[in-house]
Design a protein around this ligand. Sequence first.
Ligand code: TYM
Length: 333
Amino acid sequence: MLDDKKTIFSGIQPSGFVTLGNYLGAINNWIKLQNDYNCFYCIADLHTITVRQEPAKFRKTAVELLMQYIAAGLDPEINIIYCQSHVHQHAELSWILSCFTYMGELQRMTQFKEKSQKHSDNINAGLFTYPVLMASDILLYQTELVPVGEDQKQHLEITREIASRFNKIYGDVFKIPEVYIPKAGARVMALQDPSKKMSKSDENANNTVAIMDKPEIIMSKFKKAVTDSENEVRFSETKPGVSNLINIYCAVTGNTIEQTEKEFSSGGYGVFKKAVGEAVVAKLEPIQKKFYDLQNNKDYIDTIIKNNTERASYVAEKTIRKVKKKIGFLPKV
Ligand code: TYM
């Protein structure tokens, strides 16, 4: 059913429109890798309910995320694009692996600390065991490579730890996955506050560019982006705003930092910000057009969901059976 290629797994939460951060940190690389690997890309909706969701909006966001995957260039014929909650084995493996994960390990997770601060009125157990579900997503498909942004690195480390622990007891059940983090775009920062990462849930709309933002909105967000009091396009830790824009420009155009610094050595920030905005618009416009076409093609989307769920479930079931057998659960008759 799968080619003799290595396996990739990754996912995005349906908690809003895909941001430029999600696109440059994750999807853009998925597209580059899609022909060389067997790829599983999920709509990570089980993860999303750690924060309360309004049902109708949640459903819409999930299907729109799937459409954004395809519009961005992921071919649903060669990639297995599906919804996590449609493949029950994710939740099943998550329970099993939670019995092989220590409280102390989960307490150390930066994302848990950050999210429990942000949602202090709803610090649920799911928020705490979130990394176990993520490990289950990855391990269920015998994944070898996980292309993600830098913020997911710690989750990959714990995944490797859980897999190794399980393998030590039961033999080689899981492949141990490697993380794949892009050179440019691994950490896109908020445009108004480059000390924090660009995030779907940011309250200040000017911090975030969504891949579905209209061109004039994108241009205006880049125009307003925070820089510094110098007027020099130079990559430096002491220039977080400008460095973030350079990073975005490099990720979108494929240019190096040196090339970018040279290209904008005169003209100042105004010219540079306009060029970054234009490069982003040029990259996103065809994606937006394809997204609108897909919106009129509901049957096609339904067929993709149906076929890909079956393909994912088949592989997931193989792993879960093996896991249950190794643990010693009574076989089903
Ligand atoms: P999520 O939905 O927060 O983000 C999805 C992907 O986008 C990357 N990303 C960024 N990259 C660069 N700059 C940014 N500002 C930025 N913001 C987000 C993330 O690193 C990620 O690659 N738990 C995951 C989803 C998930 C998953 C998985 C990922 C569920 N199961 C298994 C990999 C493997 C999450 O919340 O990602």
